[in-house]
Write a protein of this length. Structure first.
Length: 361
């Protein structure tokens, strides 16, 4: 009888390998595990003010070509060594793209970029890419969009974002409460802070909810809460929010909620008026605030790839420009390296005075 009342708009159920199966095909290695764990430790130490450095999440808006992505990762690994005294570099590795209506949903959903949606293939190739990045000694960051996906590759992630469109979602707050990484909640697309602040509070508490276990079986997931939630300012409502007044207001909102005063500034999106070439200026302004005494900003985000700008996905994929984003526009590699080196130079003079000490709620 249920055939008359359920799945009326479902046209098929394709087999999906379990997380355990995918992990068996792309197993964790000792070198990759150490990269992930050391990346997480550094991030937690920065958030807990045991480490005075900043962390910078930097990389392509999304991964679409693993070859170009690894090329970028190798360059970033060398740059990370240059600036490691002042900046903890984490590569941005985003596989899932939220869509207001339609569009390419990212490498895991559609790895062949032709609307064929070979999700099992995308998951396996995505996990392999993350392992390759970790084996370079580079920690990775991603956005958690699908609540099932972390079971497949969460062991290879060091930092997680909850996006502006999902920060007020109960599902994503519950998921964040069980993630093994620090989690940054972005302010709303209208610029408001309430959803992100409430998200941090919610994720810090234990939750119980439906999900999948490693064998791909339905399970009740029980979490202990995530103590490393923090605020990400990405602008919104038609204006940036990285200026000193906006950051002071964010500090007050966190203090009112009795949360640590940890703020990350996303240099992209509304903070750069969606003009990628302005991202280094945003970064420079925030570093200047640190030089002038700010202690709440603990990290920055930058959208960057080998080539500047972005490109549409052509029908003939051989026409794709190598190392150029197919989603949001990015700054190029030379601009990225210059921005991080400039920040490193300024921070090397001020971080010793910035000191340590747990952020006050």
């Amino acid at each position: 009888m249920t055939a008359r009342t359920e799945n009326l708009n479902v046209v098929g159920f394709d087999h999906m390998p379990s997380p355990k199966e995918i992990k068996a095909r792309i197993p964790m290695t000792e070198r990759a595990a150490e990269s992930v764990l050391s990346g997480r430790r550094a991030l937690m130490d920065i958030l807990n003010r045991k480490d005075p450095r900043l962390f910078v999440i930097v990389g392509p808006c999304s991964i679409h070509d693993p070859e170009a992505g690894i090329d970028y990762a190798r360059r970033l690994r060398q740059l990370a060594d240059e600036v490691r005294e002042t900046i903890h570099v984490v590569m941005r590795v985003y596989f899932e793209k939220p869509r207001t209506s339609t569009g390419w949903k990212g490498f895991i959903n559609d790895p062949r970029m032709d609307d064929s949606f070979h999700i099992a293939e995308g998951m396996e190739r995505g996990r392999r890419f993350l392992r390759d990045v970790a084996e370079l000694g580079l920690p990775a960051a991603t956005e958690a969009l699908d609540p099932i996906a972390p079971q497949y590759y969460g062991d290879l992630i060091s930092w997680t974002a909850i996006g502006a469109r999902t920060a007020e979602s109960q599902t994503h707050r519950e998921m964040a409460s069980g993630l093994s990484t620090p989690v940054g909640f972005k302010n709303g697309t209208d610029g408001s802070l309430d959803a992100a602040v409430n998200g941090i509070l919610s994720a810090s508490h234990p939750h119980s909810f439906l999900g999948l276990n490693e064998n791909g079986e339905a399970a009740i997931i029980r979490t202990g809460g995530n103590a490393c939630g923090h605020l990400v300012l990405r602008g919104g409502g038609g204006r940036p929010n990285y200026d000193t007044v906006s950051i002071a207001l964010a500090e007050q909102a966190l203090a009112k909620a009795k949360l640590p005063g940890n703020i990350v500034v996303d240099c992209s999106h509304a903070n750069s008026w969606k003009k990628p070439e302005l991202q280094p200026l945003v970064m420079r302004d925030v570093v200047h605030q640190i030089r002038e005494g700010n202690r709440s900003v603990v990290g920055l985000m930058l959208e960057s790839f080998l080539e500047a700008g972005n490109q549409p996905i052509p029908a003939d994929l051989s026409k794709l420009r190598y190392g150029c984003s197919v989603t949001d526009a990015c700054v190029d590699w030379g601009t990225t390296a210059e921005a991080l080196r400039s920040a490193h130079k300024v921070l090397s003079e001020v971080l010793p005075a910035r000191g340590t000490g747990r952020p006050a709620p």
